[in-house]
Design a protein around this ligand. Structure first.
Ligand SMILES: Cc1cc2nc3c(=O)[nH]c(=O)nc-3n(C[C@H](O)[C@H](O)[C@H](O)COP(=O)(O)OP(=O)(O)OC[C@H]3O[C@@H](n4cnc5c(N)ncnc54)[C@H](O)[C@@H]3O)c2cc1C
Ligand code: SF4
Ligand code: SF4
Length: 761
């Protein structure tokens, strides 16, 4: 049981770790080890032009440092590890700025591009950004690009040691780095790590994988003839290799999945045709368990059981993609995103001690022997909070989780009203936070609105102004405006003024209407997110509006815009999109994380049942006690914990959309409505992809609701509300460096691309 709980907790904690996990770097791309920079693909620049930009920027930054030049005798000012687009550009720019530079490369110059299939066209996207630095870049065949780069290296007399991979980097006490290779050891004042992500093939980890006839790359398919060949993998490289090798050999393709899910549409068609024609034997749900000299052992899942086959082979190609060289990075001491560092028990103890201290501080313990210990309690709370911050600053992520919980819990636990607060704030928290003659609930709204404004402007700059994306500028303007007008000014001021100055005519004289300013949240918040509209003796106007909003306007919005209510209008989604934006890449990913979305069905069902009970109670006086109890429980579980405390606590660790994605009943209702519209082919909302995806994973990484957008893009499959919980935020569209994705249907992608290029030229 304990083991299961442990595994489940591990699953949750590690759920944000998609294939696009990265080392933690600051704005100058410097890692947690001062003087050691991480750039290019490894640090999230997914295409050549952006990798070059990283190289250029890091070299400019280092060159501007006061001690950039004049390293001690025998040492370099800068060692660059990796000679791809980012590393070469960094080295060339740094050398031009007068630094003594060495590049260490484990293969050939531009090894990743050199390994591309023969004649592959390398796109120079994104068109909107100029190439920076000294490397040449334009759309070109990979052979031409590599030739030009080799020439540039020669022309600039750049020192590049090829076939000399770096095996270790150690920072010495004097601040210099020892950089170790199999051949030698070098010293440098600074190091730039530009090793990319693609050069680290994923291994199966089975016996015999290191045999001579088992490869992890396919260099020359023409070399093999009339052989039994095994290809392992279910991605594009495995399928392309199987198809090419099948022209002259007998090929078996083994894949552990039940179907190909992340492959180009065309590749999928070709492999299906080849399998149907018997040119390639495709074995799904299969795993290689062992390679021997002439045979391999394959475990296949068949009809609920497992069967083991012993098959012969001449050569095997394990092409199961590449993975972040986590072992290598960790051995250098580089911190990775989402590493759950620190001691969880210490963080829990410090968090509870802080709350205990606050309990004493509040003076409402009701225990006589604790009376007079208020200041001691305050000091205890301060000391333990300080302990959390201190351990957090020293790298404990669990300590930051504790801090985040304390902030969110305090805000909500005290907001429930005098004598209704949670422990340890019961009897004093609400009053203590109600300052300047205004209640804490008012200050809470002010804080919320300010947070959305400040972080909304930051997010608008990041996605709107910096990327020149008008869609995002309008989206953030809409979110901030809805918050200010409908979730702050109207309930806090305008409603009262409308009554006072009789802007609402006769309604102002009706005490049922005039006395319930809080119902104005229902102007924008629809049922079942705000189900109070329909019970507790509302004025008729709220019921009419509530029905119109929920059953006419929201479905119309879903029909035309999918679930954009969540990313353009809603205040809950608004905080997630603004304050939570910086952590959007931490959204849980994978099939299990998507299954958890079913929790929303339970909340929707509970909201529907309670609404019916409450309306029945008001109308015909049945369910009297039960309805009240059910409502109390719903308030406690949903309105306080699931909307308020838990999701915001988890923003930095699981992104901003925990509530919206897993528990919001309105989001779930829109999802179901959108799915129906899509199935009946009347929905106007979908994301389409053209054929230029390079599988960089940026779209998947930045999707705040954890959708595997790349999986859709590769297959050029329409992404809609029948197959995903997309909220139409458009970040995947903005972030794609190849302009693959769009909300508009692209009928003839290739022609449109060419026309766009001509127009740009
Ligand atoms: C199939 C495919 C198609 C693509 N198509 C395009 C495209 O059309 N247009 C585009 O702009 N981008 C494309 N890309 C992306 C592009 O390849 C990368 O964005 C770019 O190569 C990143 O450059 P980089 O310098 O960060 O890393 P890389 O180019 O991967 O360079 C890393 C270098 O480090 C070396 N290295 C690794 N480990 C060590 C070590 N321990 N010691 C020394 N050296 C080491 C490697 O050998 C390699 O030479 C494509 C990628 C793939 C996989
Ligand atoms: S798929 Fe794209 S538009 Fe939809 S929620 Fe994810 S990032 Fe936003
Ligand atoms: S669609 Fe996604 S994976 Fe494909 S190129 Fe664009 S961002 Fe990268």
């Amino acid at each position: 049981m304990l083991k299961r709980i442990g595994e489940f907790s591990q699953d949750i904690l590690n759920s944000p770790n998609s294939a696009t996990r990265r080392p933690v770097v600051d704005a100058h791309l410097e890692s947690n080890i001062r003087g050691l920079f991480v750039i290019g693909d490894l640090a999230g620049a997914p295409v050549v032009k952006l990798a070059m930009e990283h190289g250029n920027n890091v070299a400019e930054y280092i060159a501007a440092l006061p001690d950039a030049r004049g390293a001690e005798a025998g040492a370099y000012d800068l060692i660059v590890v990796g000679s791809g687009a980012s590393g070469l550009n960094a080295a060339l720019v740094a050398q031009e700025r007068g630094l003594k530079v060495l590049v260490l490369e484990k293969g050939k110059i531009a090894n990743t591009i050199e390994d591309f299939p023969e004649g592959k066209w390398v796109y120079a996207e994104p068109d909107s950004r100029p190439a920076k630095g000294k490397l040449w870049l334009d759309g070109a065949r990979k052979e031409d690009l590599v030739t030009r780069w080799n020439q540039i290296v020669r022309d600039n007399r750049l020192a590049v040691h090829t076939e000399e991979g770096v095996t270790g980097i150690v920072k010495r006490k004097d601040g210099y780095f020892d950089v170790k290779t199999a051949k030698s050891e070098y010293r440098a004042r600074r190091v730039v790590l530009a090793t990319g992500q693609r050069g680290n093939p994923r291994k199966l980890g089975v016996p015999g994988e290191d045999l001579e006839r088992v490869y992890h790359r396919l260099y020359s398919p023409g070399h093999y003839h009339d052989e039994d060949i095994l290809v392992v993998g279910g991605g594009n490289s495995a399928i392309e290799a199987a198809l090419t090798l099948a022209e002259r050999n007998r090929v078996t393709l083994s894949y552990r999945g039940a179907e190909f899910s992340r492959v180009f549409k065309d590749n999928e068609r070709q492999i299906r045709e080849a399998a149907a024609a018997g040119r390639v034997q495709v074995i799904f749900n299969s795993q290689v368990k062992k390679f021997s000299a002439k045979t391999y052992t394959l475990e296949v899942q068949e009809g609920g059981g497992k069967a083991t086959r012993e098959l012969s082979y001449d050569h095997a190609f394990v092409l199961a993609g590449a993975e972040l060289p986590t072992g290598f990075l960790r051995s250098l001491g580089i911190r990775l995103e989402n590493d759950w560092t620190g001691n969880p028990w210490a963080a829990i103890a410090l968090t509870l001690t802080t709350l205990f201290g606050l309990w004493l501080f509040g003076g409402k313990t009701g225990i006589p022997s604790f009376a007079g210990l208020g200041w001691a309690g305050g000091l205890l709370a301060l000391a333990s909070l300080g302990g959390l911050i201190f351990t957090g600053a020293r790298g404990s992520r669990f300590a930051w989780l504790g801090c985040s919980f304390l902030i969110c819990y305090t805000v909500y636990a005290a907001k429930l009203g005098t004598n209704f607060e949670f422990w340890p704030y019961r009897g004093w928290g609400y009053k203590a936070l109600s300052v300047l003659g205004r209640p804490w609930s008012f200050w809470y709204t002010v804080l919320y609105t300010l947070a959305m404004t400040i972080f909304g402007i930051q997010a608008m700059k990041r996605w709107g102004f910096d990327k020149k994306d008008r869609f995002q500028i309008w989206r953030y303007t809409s979110l901030i405006s809805f918050q200010w007008i409908f979730f702050f000014l109207v309930p806090e001021f305008l409603f009262q003024w409308a009554v006072k100055y009789q802007w609402v005519g006769e309604l102002a004289k009706d005490p049922v209407f005039a006395g319930q300013a809080w119902r104005s949240y229902g102007i924008v918040y629809a049922w079942p997110l705000f189900f109070y509209t329909f019970f507790g003796s509302p004025h008729q106007i709220w019921i009419v509006w509530g029905v119109l909003l929920t059953f006419v306007l929201i479905p119309l919005l879903v029909l035309t815009n999918g679930k954009r209510y969540c990313s353009w209008i809603c205040g809950c989604g608004g905080l997630a999109e603004t304050l939570g934006d910086r952590w959007r890449h931490n959204a849980p990913k994978g099939k299990t994380a998507i299954k958890w979305e079913l929790m929303g069905n339970a909340v929707l069902a509970a909201a529907a049942v309670i609404t019916v009970m409450m309306v029945a109670r008001d109308a015909v006086e049945i369910f009297r006690a039960r309805a009240g109890t059910a409502l109390e429980w719903y308030r406690l579980i949903v309105d306080v914990w699931l909307v308020g405390i838990l999701p915001v606590t988890l923003y930095p660790f699981f992104g901003g959309k925990v509530w919206c994605r897993y528990w919001c009943p309105l989001a779930k209702m829109m999802q179901l409505t959108g799915a129906i519209f899509t199935r009946f082919r009347v929905s106007r909302f979908a994301i389409h992809a053209n054929d230029k995806c390079i599988a960089c994973g940026e779209c998947t990484r930045n999707c705040q609701v954890g959708i595997d957008v790349m999986g859709f893009a590769l297959k050029q499959q329409e992404l809609n509300n029948a197959n995903s919980s997309c909220i139409g935020c458009g970040i995947c569209v903005s972030v794609c460096p190849m302009d693959v994705l769009s909300f508009a249907r692209v009928e003839k992608p290739k022609l449109i691309q060419i026309e766009a290029r001509k127009a740009a030229a």
